[in-house]
Design a protein around this ligand. Structure first.
Ligand code: IPE
Ligand code: IPE
Ligand code: MG
Length: 224
């Protein structure tokens, strides 16, 4: 049975779900938040150590301003409401990506990270304004500036995900089989699961099914 430390998820399909059910993409984002809460709870139950959630990519700035603003207001509400509960449940929150949002949201994110810094049961990495190519380029620039040799190990140690083991599992919902600039460096040996279901429809049984499948996979890492 493979050990399981880190699950990463591309939470895709909110917009289509909202359009289909309520004729509004934003209603899909609203519903997607409930799935986030459910998956965090199951991750705790399953004793997963790291859960990385792709919430907003560097490319998502190309969307209409109204949708972007709605997404950030949802995130603000979510953190304001749930931070105390996360802290109580021994969850550590970490943002991966550049925090260049409103003054209010930036502060809330910093405050949430600080408040939960010492927690140790589950680390939830929220990928926000995250793009893998930017992350890699910036890391190499940083190494050069500090005159540190560019090696695989030194790159790994200087990404947003430093000190976090690579994902064991990557899940993408939303019936789209691509990575969309997510953790390109970190998923080189990750087991990838693409699901047809849209994110708001993703349920406990779907998650558990993947975890069980993963546990039985023969992971070679180049060996035989
Ligand atoms: C993913 O759902 C969530 C974000 C990118 C914020 P989408 O909004 O991409 O939903 P679809 O893919 O358009 O259905
Ligand atoms: C990836 O979904 C980003 C997030 C889930 C946050 P997108 O919906 O932005 O991906 P593309 O544009 O369809 O590849
Ligand atoms: Mg999408």
């Amino acid at each position: 049975m493979n050990p399981l430390n880190h699950v990463a998820i591309i939470m895709d399909g909110n917009g289509r779900w909202g359009l289909k059910k309520h004729n509004s993409r934003n209603k899909g984002h609203r519903a997607g938040i409930d799935t986030v809460e459910k998956i965090i709870k199951i991750s705790l139950e399953q004793k997963i150590k790291y859960l990385t959630l792709f919430a907003f990519s560097t490319e998502n700035w190309k969307r209409p301003k109204t949708e972007i603003n709605y997404l950030f207001s949802l995130l603000e509400n979510f953190l304001e409401k749930k931070l105390i509960k996360f802290d109580k449940n021994n969850i550590k929150l970490k943002i991966i990506g550049k925090k260049n949002f409103s003054y209010k949201l930036n502060n809330l994110l910093i405050k949430s990270e600080k408040k939960t810094l010492k927690n140790s049961k589950l680390q939830v990495n929220l990928a926000l304004n995250y793009g893998s190519k930017k992350e890699i380029v910036n890391t190499i620039k940083k190494l050069n500036k500090k005159k540190i040799k560019v090696t695989e190990q030194n790159i790994t140690k200087n990404l947003y995900t430093k000190n976090i083991p690579d994902p064991d599992i990557l899940i993408r919902t939303g019936n789209t089989n691509r990575l969309s600039n997510f953790l390109l460096w970190q998923v080189s040996y990750t087991e990838i699961f693409f699901l047809k279901k849209l994110w708001p429809d993703f349920e406990k049984k779907d998650f558990i099914k993947i975890l069980n499948k993963y546990k039985k996979i023969k992971r070679n890492f180049g060996e035989i």
